[in-house]
Design a protein around this ligand. Structure first.
Ligand code: XMP
Length: 528
């Protein structure tokens, strides 16, 4: 449980035992939305470790396996005798039933996926105020056949007689559906019932409390030593800069390495905002020439990323030596990175998560692990939406707080083929038009990412009386929850028309705009 040991001192009020569900993290987020601190731990956590955490409630997550399959992940059955309320979700409920003497079987021909109206039979504790007939999200191939003794059914659906169960006496609960997903319309009512009424948690996980705790911890950790932060302009490093500035003032040095791949106006905005408006000193490092010259003649996307990553480290090392010495390096590591760095799939033998590298390239552009700094990572307990709240509360502007995700290697990977200054300027102009028009149409917050991509092929067009032979711009707009999957955004034709007209008319070197209508999978969000 290395993750837990390195966490801050605050103990989680609710601990989620992860049995490999894609929703384990989401359960933690939902509980934190109720201002109750929760953490995800491996299903194999020992009883002693669990006792040491002393949570007020335990949740057993869903998982892809059948409880009766050989090698299915199990927890210590003594968990049910700790006197701590337990809520099993889907696989977690089936596991509870299985370990306590009931039975689970394949719901032959009755597997239930998708929305189902929940018929409430017992509207007390767990289901207080959950309206009968409200929609819950089902996703299961197995069902509870026989309840353990002392258990009663609280609700059913047309397919599942035991959709919610309880042993009121022992404060053990189970739901076959997923209250944490948005499709479960009253899922949050149920979650609140569990954390507040059943577990007696306090609503003390607030932005204000986090800022106070984190600033105190940073002060204790670094004492009078100097801290270096590489600012990227994204919400994580910007929030970190504000938090550290509040905690340690001028012991902090921020460094912004301008690789030349930012969007139009961003370096200027960043410097103006931090340095001049908030008096957070930022060392501006103009490395544009270095980066573009290294990319001369390079067309392979992986090679591009590697070159940019390696050059970033070189510049960082040179500049930190020049500005230093520093004892600490601040990094904007977030909680999903902490969970994911331990992998996203469970090894059923050891109980640890094992790494599945879908997005290995995303680490390119980061710093190597063997730098001679100690790390300061005050955001490692937070989800992205919590970082945004902290950023807002510390005074970061909306431009930064709600900025669409932007890859570390920036526009360099949105230019296919060789990157040149001419292409960068062209893409920057097109990208600005996309952003302006999406904002004007009030669509910015509904869209995960909206951007332009430049393709290095020429096609014939006609402008006025002139034949043109120029590049196309691809318009890529997607909706997504987390960037792992995505769908193309159905933008209104009027908005597409304005974007296309403006790009072709205003951007030199472009005579065509095309729209990418590929979802992810099978496409990716970025083109490279
Ligand atoms: P793909 O293209 O793999 O991207 O579907 C998924 C999400 O990740 C972002 N992305 C990056 N973010 N550094 C980052 O910080 C990177 O190198 C990088 N590459 C892709 C991408 O913009 C999308 O949101």
């Amino acid at each position: 449980m290395s993750t837990l040991q390195s966490e801050a001192k605050r103990k989680p009020a609710i601990v989620i035992l992860d049995f490999g569900s894609q929703y384990s993290e989401l359960i933690a987020r939902r509980i934190r939305e109720t201002e109750v601190y929760s953490l995800v731990v491996s299903f194999s956590i020992s009883l002693a470790e669990l006792r040491a955490l002393a949570p007020k409630g335990i949740i057993l997550s869903g998982g892809p396996r059948s409880v009766y399959a050989s090698g299915a992940p199990l927890c210590d059955p003594e968990i049910f005798n700790l006197g701590i309320p337990v809520l099993g979700v889907c696989y977690g409920m089936q596991l509870m039933v299985h370990l306590l003497g009931g039975s689970v079987e394949a719901a032959t021909g009755k597997a239930e996926y998708g929305k189902a109206p929940l018929e409430v039979d017992d509207p007390t504790d767990l289901l207080t105020n959950v309206a009968s007939g409200s929609t819950m999200w089902m996703s299961h191939g197995d069902s509870v056949k026989l309840l353990p003794s002392e258990f009663v059914s609280l609700a059913h659906t047309s397919n599942t007689p035991q959709a919610a169960i309880a042993s009121h006496q022992r404060r053990l609960y189970g739901v076959q559906f997923h209250p944490e997903v948005v499709h479960s319309t009253e899922g949050m009512v149920l979650i609140r019932n569990f954390v507040y009424h059943i577990c007696g948690c306090d609503a003390d996980w607030t932005t204000k409390a986090f800022i106070t705790e984190a600033t105190n911890q940073v002060r204790t950790q670094v004492g009078k030593k100097r801290v270096l932060l590489a600012l990227s302009g994204g919400v994580d490093s910007s929030t970190l800069a504000f938090l550290l500035n509040k905690a340690i003032g001028n012991q902090l040095t921020c460094m912004f390495i301008d690789q030349g791949f930012m969007r139009k106006g961003e370096p200027e905005f960043l410097m103006d905002f931090f340095d001049r408006k908030f008096h957070i000193h930022v060392e501006y490092i103009n490395a544009r020439e270095r980066f573009i010259s290294k990319l001369k003649g390079v067309i392979d996307p992986e090679q591009k990323r590697k070159i940019i990553g390696a050059e970033f480290i070189r510049v960082f090392e040179e500049e930190s030596a020049r500005l230093g010495p520093f004892d600490y390096l601040a990094q904007g590591t977030l909680y999903p990175d902490v969970i994911e760095s331990a992998g996203t799939n469970l090894d059923l033998k050891t109980g640890e998560r094992v790494a599945v590298k879908i997005k290995s390239h995303h680490n390119v552009g980061g710093l190597p692990k063997d730098l001679q700094f100690k790390l300061v990572e005050p955001l490692r307990r937070l989800f992205k939406d919590e970082v945004r709240k902290v950023g807002r509360s510390l005074g970061l502007p909306e431009e930064i707080v709600s900025r669409h995700p932007f890859p570390g290697p920036g526009l360099a990977i949105r230019i296919l083929g060789e990157v040149t200054t001419q292409k960068l300027n062209c893409l920057r102009d097109a990208d600005l038009i996309v952003r302006e028009e999406i904002r004007k149409a009030n669509l910015y917050h509904d869209i995960w990412q909206a951007f332009a991509v430049l393709l290095p092929v020429c096609s014939v067009g006609v402008m006025g009386d002139q034949r043109t032979y120029a590049w196309p711009i691809v318009l890529r707009c997607v909706s997504s929850e987390d960037g792992m999957t995505a769908d193309w955004s159905r933008l209104p034709y009027e908005v597409l028309e304005i974007i296309s007209n403006r790009i072709v008319n205003e951007v030199d070197g472009v005579n065509r705009v095309v729209l990418d209508i590929t979802s992810k999978p099978p496409g990716t969000i970025e083109w490279e």
